[in-house]
Design a protein around this ligand. Structure first.
Ligand SMILES: [Zn+2]
Length: 299
């Protein structure tokens, strides 16, 4: 994907590419927000920052997915800069194997999960854990905003009126192409999306796609998709089902054909998230039946 460097004014920049790399510039220092899939992506951001006369003073990771932190280890070494993340997401960035391990149910991952989209080539040597709230990093005043759901402890980075918001929203085109968006915690994500339009920011820089001025339509569209998936899962439970069969039904509804096991496993996580949400709401329950883990409706 072609990359483009945007100057949004007020010291806010973003390199829009496969995964976006944000940058907050202040008196020649830069805080980089996520660093892309790999060192090639991070190198492009470093060059763009050099072009602005800025040196990387710190790196913040919004969440521990390889397409966001794969370039961080290299960039941190080059810049000798500290790396910050929420405690849980930071663990994923220091231990890249955790992501494919989780996607494969805790077992040593199959080769299909060892591509760089799910297994970063380089981890981050050390993470400084971040708490939410206002704070200064590298002498730059920021606010760390909790945005959990897509990943369990995802955060956003607010600088003045701009929020670098990770994967809390996906562009509409992405939702068209990949209808079953990756979700770890459906209730937490829906709550994040409900809160998003009430936040006081006038610019949003998502992890994928172009910067956004009005976040409300995007938040509504992502929330609608999550609710639709949750409803589809519940509908599928008219007869008791195992999770992979539920995924198959949801994929059929959206006309999705998974081309490889990793795409199936990513989407299966979303189905598991929907089932946990339904269980928590008292709308579904799981039972063991003849060595099958069967989900059924309770409402
Ligand atoms: Zn992500």
């Amino acid at each position: 994907m072609a990359t483009q460097w945007y100057n949004l004014g007020g010291g806010d920049f973003v390199l829009v590419g496969g995964s976006n790399i944000g940058a907050i510039l202040h008196e020649g220092r830069a805080i980089v927000v996520d660093a892309g899939l790999d060192k090639e992506a991070a190198r492009k951001a470093l060059r763009a920052l050099e072009g602005e006369g800025a040196r990387v003073a710190a790196i913040i990771i919004t969440h521990g997915h390889a397409d966001h932190f794969g370039g961080v280890g290299w960039l941190a070494e080059q810049a000798r800069a500290p790396v910050y993340a929420s405690p849980l997401e930071g663990v994923f960035a220091t231990q890249p194997l955790l992501e494919p391990l989780f996607l494969y149910g805790g077992a040593a991952p199959i080769v299909e999960l060892q591509g760089k989209f799910t297994l970063a080539r380089q981890g981050v040597a050390a993470i400084t854990p971040l708490n939410v709230g206002p704070q200064a990093i590298a002498g730059i005043p920021l606010e760390i905003v909790p945005l959990p759901g897509h990943a369990p402890q995802q955060i956003g980075v607010a600088h003045d009126a701009t929020l670098y918001c990770g994967d809390v929203v996906f562009p509409e085109e992405t939702l068209e192409r990949h209808p079953i968006l990756f979700c770890a915690d459906m209730d937490a994500w829906l709550a994040s999306l409900e809160r998003l339009p009430t936040l006081p920011y006038t610019g949003y820089i998502p992890g994928h796609g172009e910067p956004i001025r009005d976040i409300a339509p995007s938040a509504a569209c992502n929330a609608a998709r999550l609710r639709e998936i949750r409803a589809l899962v519940w509908e599928t439970l008219a007869t008791p089902q195992e999770a992979p069969a539920i995924l198959r039904a949801v994929a059929t509804h959206y006309g999705v054909t998974f081309a490889a096991p990793q795409f199936f496993l990513l989407a299966l996580t979303t189905i598991h998230a929907a089932l946990a949400s339904l269980q928590a709401a008292g709308q579904a329950a799981v039972v063991m039946d003849d060595n099958r883990m069967l989900w059924h409706r309770t409402t």
